[in-house]
Design a protein around this ligand. Structure first.
Ligand SMILES: Nc1ncnc2c1ncn2[C@@H]1O[C@H](COP(=O)(O)OP(=O)(O)OP(=O)(O)O)[C@@H](O)[C@H]1O
Ligand SMILES: [Mg+2]
Length: 244
């Protein structure tokens, strides 16, 4: 396995001229972007700015993009969405195991469930889980695949504020342990600056701002030094004093 330093020397994602149009409307306009392996990056932007479109392109789920995309092999990419997408007719463990086989797999799946705090819930049905638990099961399903690249599209968007903060801590801890490259789509500025080491703002089809968040972890929402980053991001998003 590559060391962290080695990983950072080669990008997990290299986009060159990535363009996506729907009918006559260009949503992604010749985007150039490198995401170094092992980096935790957040992607912000207004609703409709193209965040999900960009994530789908990087995931390899969109075959109609122009330009070149990701470098990481498809089998080492995991995607987490706003809803857990657990299959209701499979128990939690079977959902985590979906599509993977082998003697080691069940053991790894149980370990992943324990990592997200769901030990003992292996035989539960998805309908018996809370929203936060279902999202944790979805994270376990991603983890068990040991992804090099984790793509997450507003994974905490449907959760209440307290659960969301717990999920932030959990995601960051999981990242510390496994060090995948992460691209986290969110429209929550605070979520982005608390979690990510780099925050991108998508605006008019381009990366309008590329900001390195140079603060140690774990970070607190209350850290006044994060305020400067928040201001810059809100300005890039066009949020002025009147709107706050
Ligand atoms: N399959 C599609 N056909 C036509 N238009 C689409 C399609 N998918 C996305 N779009 C358009 O592309 C634009 C970007 O959509 P996208 O879902 O990427 O936005 P987003 O930034 O993820 O927004 P949100 O924050 O609301 O999730 C939107 O205007 C949307 O209507
Ligand atoms: Mg979206």
């Amino acid at each position: 396995m590559a060391t962290h330093t080695e990983q950072l020397t080669r990008p997990a994602v290299r986009l060159r001229g990535l363009t996506r149009s729907f009918d006559d409307r260009t949503v992604l306009d010749a985007i150039d972007l490198d995401l170094p392996a092992g980096q935790f990056t957040a992607l912000l932007g207004h609703s409709g700015s193209g965040k999900s479109t960009l994530l789908r392109a990087v995931a390899g789920l969109d075959h109609e993009v122009a330009g070149s995309g990701r470098l990481t092999a498809p089998e080492t990419v995991s995607v987490v969405f706003q809803d857990s997408r657990l299959l209701p007719w499979r128990r939690v463990l079977a959902n985590v195991l979906l599509g993977i086989e082998g003697n080691e797999a069940a053991h790894r799946a149980r370990a992943a469930l324990a990592e997200v705090g769901l030990a003992g819930r292996e035989e539960a049905w998805p309908s018996e889980l809370s929203g936060g638990e279902a999202q944790r099961a979805a994270l376990a399903r991603s983890l068990v695949r040991e992804p090099e690249l984790l793509l997450a599209d507003e994974p905490f968007g449907a959760l209440d504020a307290l659960t969301r903060i717990r999920m932030h801590v959990l995601l960051r801890e999981l990242w510390e342990r496994h060090r995948p490259s992460v691209l986290l789509v969110t429209h929550d500025v605070d979520e982005a600056i608390v979690l990510a080491d780099r925050v991108l703002v998508l605006d008019q089809g381009r990366i309008g701002l590329d900001l390195t968040i140079d603060r140690p972890h774990p970070r607190s929402y209350r850290d006044p030094l994060l305020g400067e980053y928040r201001e810059r991001l809100l300005t890039a998003l066009g949020v002025t004093e009147d709107h706050k």
